[in-house]
Design a protein. Structure first.
Length: 219
């Protein structure tokens, strides 16, 4: 069954909702200056509250970072008791080796440019990530944007850059299209943030619909 990652969480009520629905990963954005940024202290407090309020098996906790000092990343991993790190910047293999947790590495897919050269470059990145023992996440590219863009890319391109290997699919996913995305790509996991929001805030109904639709598609 395709796993589900809900990203950009900032409220306990939403964390509890998606945990009870069976989400596999909860994402917290520690990238400075972005709309969904959460402070380490706030994340630490919310995670402790989640552990106190939910006695079942918890989802994996993922911290998102972009071009931040590796020692700072490791400090937050320890402080917030994170399970994984998602890197959304220009971090290379030398940087990955300094991180004291499992890594999800974002790879940006061109929305319009599908030239053979571009796809080969992306495939090399995906292979490098896998060969280092980490998980690639394919997301849409937007100039000047760190992290997700809320836009889809041509999902048929995933096979060209990843074959049938495991990957996380992100970029413009919503409750309405996640079923189609899973049926086409067969990803290891799907990742969503803006697609389950209304007016910039997580929406309980959209969260429920996204998770239910994702699980039903992958049965």
């Amino acid at each position: 069954m395709t796993k589900v990652k809900i990203c950009g969480l900032k409220k306990l009520e939403h964390m509890l909702t998606v945990t009870e629905l069976g989400a596999d990963f909860l994402g917290f954005v520690f990238v400075e200056g972005v709309r969904r940024e959460i402070s380490p202290d706030d994340a630490h407090g919310l995670i402790n509250q989640l552990k106190q309020n939910y006695t079942g098996k918890l989802p994996k906790l993922v911290g998102l970072f972009a071009n931040q000092d590796s020692s700072y990343v490791n400090q937050i991993v320890n402080y917030c008791d994170l399970d994984m790190v998602q890197l959304c910047g220009d971090e290379d293999s030398e940087y990955w080796a300094k991180i004291n947790s499992s890594i999800i590495k974002q790879v940006k897919m061109e929305v319009e440019n599908h030239s053979e050269y571009v796809l080969n470059q992306i495939k090399q990145k995906v292979d490098e990530i896998r060969n280092a023992g980490h998980m690639p996440l394919l997301d849409s590219y937007e100039r000047g944007a760190l992290g997700g863009t809320g836009k889809t890319f041509d999902w048929s391109m995933t096979k060209l850059v990843s074959g049938n290997q495991r990957l996380i699919l992100a970029g413009g996913l919503t409750p309405a299209n996640v079923n189609q995305a899973i049926n086409m790509v067969r990803p290891w996991a799907v990742d969503v943030s803006s697609g389950v929001e209304t007016n910039g805030q997580k929406d309980d109904l959209k969260l429920r619909d996204f998770i239910n639709n994702a699980f039903n598609a992958s049965k």
